[in-house]
Design a protein around this ligand. Sequence first.
Ligand code: ATP
Ligand code: ATP
Ligand code: MG
Ligand code: MG
Ligand code: MG
Length: 258
Amino acid sequence: WLEMANNKYEYVKSFEPEDELMPLTWIVVRIDGHRFHRFCEVHEFEKPNDEQALNLMNSCAKSILEEFPDIVFAYGVSDEYSFILKKTTRLCQRHSSKILSLIVSYFTSAYVMKWREFFPQKELKYPPSFDGRVICYPSTAIVRDYLAWRQVDCHINNQYNTCYWMLVKSGKSKREAQDLLKGTQTQEKNEILLQHFSINYNTLPVMFRKGSSVFRDKVEDTVDSAERGDPVEMKVVIDHSDIIEETFWDKHQYILDE
Ligand code: ATP
Ligand code: ATP
Ligand code: MG
Ligand code: MG
Ligand code: MG
């Protein structure tokens, strides 16, 4: 009887969409906090940048790289993180919805688990959630452009937000701050910061200006271990380099090696 029932109902499986991602392409998963504008208010994040909130995001990304060896690089800013899976990965048989749901749920539960570590004095008021999407990129050059796009976005948003919140904190209404900044260029924003608030934008913490990269790197080996010829140990690190320029990639060619 059970077997007959199985035959009868199994056809429902044919309704499942095929979602295998194209082979031998870089897979990028980008997750983003759902309605974090509100989440930041409810949890009283410091504006424009709550350092602990960023450290929590970075720590979750680090856990992901430690859990999934095929994720070779991650870049995060604000409430978002991008994860790059190597071209040859067979994770989840490259099924798009499985890869996406795995990464989003792992990140989200890590975020909740680690909350206390980063906010010992703050209660988590409601369950945070993240949305996510998957994109395949056929070449390393396009992955590099993708990362550059995110880091430029980080710069533009951070510069705007820094100005905006300095104006608001100095007594301007949110409306006035918005109107003042409308249509201003990079240079003008830097001048507002310098002249009104004596802030040199380039001296703000590098994590705010450049975002965070997470990847595997050689750990500083001691002279001893080098002399013994120990194999180089790779560890997941958090870094705030410029990832648009060649310098970083010259130094870490193995990351996007095909
Ligand atoms: P959506 O669900 O569409 O993503 P959202 O409210 O999350 O909506 P985003 O465009 O993702 O909108 O913007 C995230 C918001 O969270 C921004 O207002 C950003 O300033 C804020 N934010 C994220 N991280 C931090 C942080 N570490 N410190 C302060 N504010 C933050
Ligand atoms: P995959 O990652 O492929 O899903 P899996 O180990 O999760 O691998 P499933 O086919 O999803 O494999 O099976 C879930 C396993 O968890 C089964 O072994 C099932 O017996 C066990 N399991 C799930 N819920 C319970 C439960 N409430 N009590 C006891 N065992 C459970
Ligand atoms: Mg968001
Ligand atoms: Mg966002
Ligand atoms: Mg299962």
